[in-house]
Design a protein around this ligand. Structure first.
Ligand code: SF4
Length: 111
């Protein structure tokens, strides 16, 4: 095998390996949430779910499913690490919700 053929094969193999790693890198970025935008409460999906950045502003008369003390940080759907202000949420993929936020899909995190 000539050196240039070997070089081309090595280059191609490395390029394919790099391409294969791209989705994994995107997934890691999404899980950690460092580069994801904050969910806009005016976003149509957020409005549909009555999302707010601040659970203390929820009017229980308008949102009868709201339970006192409920907020994103103690919701089953929250992602990321305890103590982080902005975290991923299973219901709003690709966006970050505020740890003190709330929406009508809230479900108590076990434990
Ligand atoms: S599903 Fe849970 S974590 Fe996600 S926005 Fe609603 S209350 Fe917050």
């Amino acid at each position: 095998m000539s050196d240039s053929l070997y070089d081309r094969r090595t280059l191609l193999k490395n390029a394919l390996a790099g391409l294969a790693a791209l989705p994994a890198a995107g997934l890691i970025r999404e899980v950690h949430g460092a580069e994801l935008p904050h969910l806009d409460p005016k976003d149509p999906q957020a409005v549909a779910m009555s999302y707010t950045h601040d659970a203390s502003t929820v009017d229980p008369k308008k949102e009868p499913t709201f339970k006192p003390g409920a907020h994103c940080a103690n919701c089953l759907h929250i992602q990321g690490q305890d103590g982080e202000e902005w975290r991923g949420c299973n219901i709003f993929p690709g966006k970050l919700v505020h740890a003190d936020g709330w929406c009508k899909v809230w479900v108590a995190k076990p434990g």
